[in-house]
Ligand binder design. Structure first.
Ligand code: SF4
Ligand code: MSK
Length: 657
């Protein structure tokens, strides 16, 4: 834990200490020249609160706040007598509740839209993928044979609504969970009911004077987090695919060089695809394209950032300008004619930076207004009213551009859009689509295991560096990497999402990638799309040969540069699903306490996964690979891998890579 807050301790002044993203580094330098402050400098100048970092403080009632001693955690209790384990587990629980609420509210918005589309009350969106609709319906036991699409859709809506509102009983997607995993959850009493109930109960139990047993609080953390992973987030992903299409591999471009000096540049940043899909319609509207041309622009250039961007990147190949830690920096280019946001991960400081570069910052969602931003509300019943207006605003800004433009001319390419469905075809071929080839390659040891490397970037560590070094180390050791959120953009900028990056992989993974023509690093989508990884894992169990439960699989997960409460909730649902999950940056629990031991050791003994923590990418890789090897051994497939590795030529090639 002594590695916490490395960057802030150093008070780094060289932008290259803050980021490995060349474009972002250049914009940090420019911002300083322009007298504009970005989060990197704020982080360096604001030492993170050490009590908060350890979660050794409680402010759940007015007898406190009570501050315990993280160095001697059992020397004191709160005024009410709450121990360090109670305090830390309650704080942890509230992060899970907040993170789960963000995803499930997003999912519920998607479901609201779906209902209105099915009812015919909304005409601007429609069911783009009836095939996906049928597949999702079948997966939860809805009859599809010989039925009208609209009837299936209404049944699906009614079933999925239970994901949120159901008072008793298991959520619909619990049917997708492998039987043995579900049996473990039932035994532990953590199969989720509706998300509203789980989040409400978690908030209740973490109130002053209620649940004061860290293990019991952890159980409700798991149940709530599972209501997100197998509930709210999964609904968000599946409904988005039904309405907008299931991703399949698409050539993409990332980095700030996707901005175009001679065009009207519009950035969409946030999380819900509805807004972005409608902006896409508006920028293709002939009258608006003409208006842009009349203003002297060659056209309108629509670009994504953060997770809205990640979702549109995998679904439509829309260019992506950068991840979370580049959202302020991109405004420093002066080339952004409008930044449009909806919900989640929108820094308040964007208002000030946007103002300095005369860029309209437009909020669109009633849940997320920001003092000083322009609010143009987005309604799915009349989406173009909002999106046309914001395009007009961007054109107006282009016409009156006054600030100098400096776009770092850096563009990286890659192939993204690997949905869990596509993995069937990718390795299996069109005529025998299944997960069998993936499982076979894991069993024969060409692929050592699968790692999910996901999540945010955080100014407390060097942007992108840990993501990239970790992934390089994993693929070098034959671990196939799947990615979501801001992490995949870090890897795309580093050029690792191209099929050519296979040369950086170990001999087994390289062979598989070259045979199929796929990258060793697969971009799956946004942070709610972590549910695609859960479904892929469930498919691996169902296909056979890799154990009976998710906890048997040779897989591991990591969010090495995380910052959000959503990430904590995601981590907890992966752990509760059976996956070893390592976080970096900092972990809000004091080492050596009972609660720490519970999360980092005891959950695994209950048949679930467990948490891990490390800040060094090579150490994270070592932990993940050791876990994958432990699972291979338990499955009795470690020998197969040894046979592939005794080839010294392969060894030398790996070392040289
Ligand atoms: Fe202090 Fe207990 Fe109140 Fe927390 S709940 S602030 S530990 S008295
Ligand atoms: S946007 S939650 S910074 S991944 Fe989903 Fe990126 Fe993390 Fe936000």
């Amino acid at each position: 834990m002594e590695d916490k807050q490395e960057v802030s301790k150093k008070k780094a002044t060289d932008p290259k200490d803050f980021t490995t993203c060349e474009a972002t580094a250049r914009m940090i330098t420019k911002a300083r020249k322009d007298g504009v402050e970005l989060a990197f400098d704020r982080a360096a100048n604001m030492k993170a609160c050490p009590i908060g970092a350890d979660s050794a403080c409680c402010k759940h009632c007015a007898m406190g706040p009570c501050r315990l001693n993280a160095k001697d955690p059992y020397s004191k209790v709160g005024v009410c007598g709450a121990t360090i384990d109670t305090i830390m587990s309650r704080n942890f629980a509230r992060m899970v509740a907040a993170g789960g609420a963000a995803h499930t509210d997003h999912g519920m918005s998607m479901l609201d839209l779906f209902r209105e589309v099915v009812n015919g009350n909304i005409k601007d969106y429609k069911i783009k993928s009836p095939t996906k609709l049928e597949a999702v319906a079948q997966s939860i036991g809805i009859e599809t044979e010989g039925r009208e699409i609209s009837d299936i859709a209404m049944d699906l809506y009614e079933e999925l609504e239970r994901t949120y509102t159901q008072v008793e009983g298991e959520i619909p997607f619990a049917q997708r969970v492998p039987a043995k995993t579900l049996e473990t959850w039932r035994k532990l009493g953590i199969v989720p009911r509706g998300a509203m109930r789980e989040i409400m109960e978690l908030m209740h139990r973490s109130h002053m004077g209620v649940d004061q047993d860290y293990a019991n609080i952890t159980k409700q953390c798991s149940r709530t987090a599972l209501a997100d992973g197998w509930g709210g987030s999964m609904v968000a992903t599946e409904i988005s695919d039904i309405l907008y299409g299931t991703p399949s591999p698409v050539a993409i471009e990332v980095n700030m060089g996707v901005l175009k000096e001679d065009q009207v540049n519009i950035i969409v940043h946030g999380h819900e695809p509805n807004l972005f899909e409608s902006v896409l319609e508006s920028v293709n509207e002939p009258t608006l394209v003409q208006a842009a041309k009349d203003a002297g622009a060659k056209g309108i250039n629509l670009v994504g950032m953060c997770c809205s961007g990640a979702e549109m990147l995998v679904r439509h190949g829309i260019p992506h300008a950068g991840n979370f830690m580049s959202t302020e920096a991109v405004l420093v280019t002066g080339a952004v004619d409008a930044m449009v946001v909806d919900v989640q991960c929108i820094k308040q400081a964007l208002v000030k930076v946007a103002e300095c570069y005369e860029t309209p910052l437009i909020t669109t969602n009633p849940r997320c207004k920001i003092e000083g931003a322009t609010h143009i509300e987005f309604h799915e019943h009349d989406p173009k009213a909002c999106t046309d207006e914001l395009v007009i605003k961007a054109i107006g800004r282009f016409k009156n551009r006054k600030v100098p433009i400096e776009i770092p001319k850096i563009v990286n390419s890659g192939v993204h859009g690997f949905s869990h469905e596509y993995i069937n075809y990718m390795l299996g071929g069109t005529f025998r689509a299944s997960y069998t080839p993936l499982n076979d390659n894991i069993i024969n040891g060409r692929i050592r295991g699968v790692a999910g490397v996901v999540g945010c970037t955080n100014p407390r560590v060097k942007q992108d560096w840990i993501h990239v070094e970790l992934v390089k180390e994993l693929i070098k050791n034959d671990v196939l990497v799947v990615q979501t959120g801001c992490s995949q953009v870090a890897l795309a900028k580093a050029g690792l999402t191209t099929p050519e990056a296979a040369h950086l992989a170990g001999p087994g993974l390289k062979e598989v990638c070259e045979t199929v023509g796929m990258p060793p690093v697969l971009g799956l989508g946004s942070c709610v799309d972590n549910s695609r990884i859960l479904i892929a894992c469930a498919e691996m169990v169902k296909t056979g040969g890799l154990g009976d439960s998710l906890a048997d699989l040779p897989v591991a997960g990591c969010a090495p540069e995380y910052m959000s409460e959503k990430a904590i909730c995601i981590g907890q649902y992966f752990v509760a699903s059976g996956v070893y999950t390592v976080f970096g940056v900092t972990f809000p629990i004091v080492e050596g306490t009972k609660f720490h031991k519970h999360l980092f050791e005891e959950l695994e003994k209950q048949g679930l996964g467990k948490w891990g923590f490390a800040t060094d990418p090579y150490e994270i890789a070592r932990l993940m690979i050791a876990h994958i090897d432990k699972k291979r051994k338990a499955l009795g497939i470690d020998k197969a891998r040894e046979r592939t590795l005794v080839d010294m030529a392969d060894r030398r090639a790996m070392d040289a890579a």
